[in-house]
Design a protein around this ligand. Structure first.
Ligand code: MIG
Length: 801
């Protein structure tokens, strides 16, 4: 449904003049003559919350997205007033509120620049049909402003000129521009004059965003119910905006187990057990690293959740253990629909306990999914989530499954209009009882949360691993995600690239796509190119619907197998680098993938770049996304970048041609970077890591890199048992120094380092380590400037003659 936002629309109502205001610690309330109340709360120096009521009183203030910690306010505030405005000032922002119509404008304190201003600002339409209001907001779009964010939208990275809808939807074989799809993340970033700010419209009803599509200079957003309730987040760095949004809606509750950053193999479906074994054995035989194998819906008995098909899987516990012995973690799918079957204990229990969703007049919400007719647990009820989490006991604790994959949680319903629950379905919503209009967009999130709680409990003392398809803002606290049912086409490889970047800048970094495409079948070339892209996605999994032929690394002939192996191996070598990036994300909310605009917003060339992205802090990558390519043109951002393959130095700031035959792809490393690497392993933990490789890329200047380590699983790191190495590189014409600062209480299993010096512009004459001069002959410096440091060091100093 597309709603008209036009101001002439007869139904629109507007605030009138302010007649009173009141202050309450960190919050101001401004009331207009026609009973509109604007509540302004200062959350941080650079985060303001705006909330409107059209009937003097506010609804209960509850959000599934905002974390408790983030909802704590801020104390120091100033309010001034002049003839026309009330003015609220923090150390970073000035917010002016017009006395005559409640319109707001926000300026930066530093130089008084205008960042964001209301156009009409808040307005609304009364909704006679459902009660409440259709709430609307419009902003002036500033000179050449660009827009980013909104979760999984499969469109150009810059959202300008388009209108979007947020309504979580099962979207089999979606395509470019399909909207909406699986996720609802009502957060965007505006960028103009090199300054970025964010808007998080925390409203779970069906919502819309219009970025200068309806009117050239107006950006607006509105929702079909609930409150106009949004957060303004100032940067001016886009990375800070994203980090701040991620802080508001929550960072992952714990780091993922390292194995989950390995390679995963999935298909709909691997069964029976002998087939699962054949697949996993083949990985080991062909020496293709892999950490996880998946069981899709056919492992169940008639698609009943938490049951097993005993014909296909006679002894799941034994199978899971045998897989584990070979280094494979087993991951199983769980859907929300519970089969209506009086002989099925989970169905009976939920029925007895009254845990299923009901229609407005009392009947159960009945819908068809894989098991046939089903009822659906109301995951918005904390009691139901508690019960659901308990159901995982056997699967996780007894059988030993290591991860759970929640699918169909939009929720998807087959063969009905809208492919989901009807509007009148009732939900508990943490005691704020409501209809499906309000609960729809968070249903999947709450299911994943309940699953997370179960895995957390029963995997303890190990870390949980969950995957979800549906999500609302904040879901990143509990789970990873994938981009749903894509298609085996070249355009979908491009779409996957954009979606992963977009989700990252929307606070959700633990993402990946179905490599090779879910629907239809890729040829070997497309599959190999997609593995190359997927290698850079935190969630790295091949998946396909299975009825179009095989999609394993060896399904496309020996040449392709070799390319796929090569890239999976690089991924395993880069695990300490990726783990460090994940730690930064979990700790500070810094996205793991950074679109070029996030990396360098000062350079307007980056504002429209879709293809290139930064992986972690130092690696630039760009997938090849068309057939028969021998390379491609790509934009290298400003700075100095080494070609990953031949260490050749490139000066960025322009578009260049980069060679990349099928066994290669464009990858660059930032000059000055120190990249930590592990040896190739067939699975995480196969080898004890007794030496860390450090690839050191010379730069005339300074650059800091980090290596974060811990036990790679468990929670000890939260008690300080981690190891953080800050590596500071200082390059001069005739010397190179690496200083290492260590912190944390964890001792890494290695204390020796293989140093690979790249791009060194001089011949090494002397190396001293912590002021001890090394005997160069004993050190055996190889022709490629690599050598081993046999102990922990604080300072490595290399000089020329
Ligand atoms: O209606 O479980 O997106 O990954 O393999 C299809 C079967 C249901 C959709 C998921 C897909 C999964 C499939 N599921």
């Amino acid at each position: 449904m597309i709603l008209n936002t036009e101001l002439e629309s007869k139904g629109n109502l507007f605030p009138s003049k302010i007649i009173s205001y009141r202050k309450d610690v960190d919050t101001f309330y401004f009331t207009t003559e026609n009973y509109v109340v604007l509540q302004v709360t200062v959350r941080r120096d650079s985060v303001l919350r705006f909330r409107y009521s059209t009937k003097t009183i506010f609804d209960n203030d509850f959000s599934y997205a905002i974390t408790k910690y983030a909802s704590e306010g801020y104390n120091h505030l100033e309010l001034e007033e002049n003839d026309t405005h009330y003015i609220i000032t923090t150390s970073k922002l000035i917010c002016k509120i017009a006395k005559k119509d409640l319109r707001k404008s926000i300026y930066e304190v530093k130089n008084g620049e205008l960042i964001c201003e209301d156009e009409t600002g808040f307005h609304w339409e009364e909704s006679y049909e459902f009660g409440g209001d259709i709430v609307k907001m419009s902003k002036v779009s500033q000179d050449s402003e660009a827009y980013y964010g909104l979760g999984d939208k499969p469109v150009h990275i810059n959202l300008k000129g388009k209108r979007f809808e947020n309504w979580v939807t099962d979207s089999y074989a979606y395509g470019r521009d399909t909207d909406p799809i699986y996720k609802s993340i009502p957060f965007y970033v505006g960028l103009h004059h090199s300054k970025a700010y964010g808007i998080f419209f925390d409203n779970t009803f069906r919502s819309f965003f219009d970025f200068c599509a309806e009117q050239r200079n107006v950006t607006s957003y509105w929702a079909m119910g609930g409150e106009m309730n949004y957060y303004f987040i100032y940067g001016p760095d886009m990375t800070d905006v994203v980090a701040s949004y991620t802080d508001l809606t929550g960072k992952p509750h714990q780091l993922p187990p390292l194995w989950s950053l390995g390679y995963h193999q999935c298909k709909w479906s691997y069964y029976p057990e002998s087939n699962v074994k054949a697949i996993t054995n083949k990985f080991r035989k062909l020496k293709i690293p892999c950490d996880a194998i998946y069981l899709d819906i056919d492992y169940m008995d008639g698609f009943r959740c938490f049951t097993w098909n005993k014909e296909y899987f006679p002894d799941p516990k034994r199978m899971v253990r045998e897989l584990e012995d070979k280094g494979f973690k087993t991951i199983a799918i769980i859907d929300p629909g519970i089969k209506i079957d009086m002989d099925y204990n989970i169905f009976r229990e939920a029925l007895e306990k009254d845990y299923f969703c009901k229609r407005a007049d009392g009947p159960y919400m009945k819908g068809k999914v894989w098991p046939g007719e089903c009822f659906f647990p109301d995951f918005t009820d904390p009691k139901v989530r508690e019960w659901w989490s308990g159901l995982y006991k056997e699967l996780i604790e007894e059988i030993g499954v290591k991860g759970v994959w929640n699918d169909m949680n939009e929720p998807a319903v087959m063969d009905v209009p809208g492919k989901t629950f009807p509007d009148d379905v009732r939900h508990n919503y943490e005691g704020n009882r409501c209809s499906h209009r309000k609960a729809h967009n968070i249903y999947g999130m709450q299911m994943a949360r309940a699953t997370y709680q179960g895995l957390k409990k029963f995997s303890y003392p190990k870390r949980p691993f969950v995957i979800t398809r549906a999500a609302y803002s904040g879901t990143q606290r509990y789970t990873s995600t994938w981009t749903g049912d894509n298609v085996a086409t070249w355009d979908h490889l491009n779409i996957a690239n954009i979606q992963a970047q977009r989700l990252s800048m929307s606070g959700f970094s633990f993402v990946g796509s179905d490599i090779g495409g879910f629907a239809e079948q890729p040829n070997g070339e497309l599959y190999a190119r997609w593995i190359q892209l997927g290698m850079f996605h935190p969630f790295f999994r091949t998946h396909s619907s299975g009825d179009h032929g095989d999609q394993e690394p060896w399904s496309f002939g020996a040449n392709i197998t070799d390319v796929v192996r090569k890239f999976i191996e690089i991924r395993y070598q880069l695990l300490p680098y990726l783990y460090t990036a994940f730690w930064r994300y979990a700790e500070e909310g810094i996205p793991i993938l950074k679109s070029l605009v996030l990396f360098d917003q000062e350079d307007p060339h980056t504002h429209y770049r879709n293809d290139e992205f930064i992986f972690g802090e130092k690696i630039l990558a760009c997938p090849i996304a068309e057939p028969n390519a021998k390379g491609r043109r790509m934009f290298i951002p400003k700075g100095e970048w080494y070609n990953f393959w031949d260490d050749e130095l490139n000066i960025g700031g322009e578009e260049v041609w980069v060679d990349a035959d099928l066994d290669s792809m464009p990858i660059f490393v930032k000059a000055g970077a120190i990249i930590p690497k592990y040896p190739i392993q067939q699975y995480v933990g196969e080898k004890q890591i007794d030496q860390l490789v450090l690839d050191v890329y010379y730069k005339n200047g300074k650059e800091t890199s980090q290596v974060y380590e811990d036990a790679h699983d468990g929670y000890d790191y939260k008690k300080g048992r981690f190891s953080l190495r800050d590596l500071k590189l200082i390059g001069k014409k005739k010397s190179l120094t690496i200083q290492q600062f260590k912190s944390g209480k964890y001792t890494t299993p290695y204390d020796t380092f293989k140093i690979n010096l790249k791009g060194l512009p001089f011949k090494i004459a002397k190396i001293d380590i912590d002021h001890e001069v090394l005997d160069l002959r004993k050190l055996k410096i190889n022709g490629d400037n690599s050598f081993v440091v046999t102990k922990e060091f604080n300072r490595l100093h290399i000089t020329a003659k």
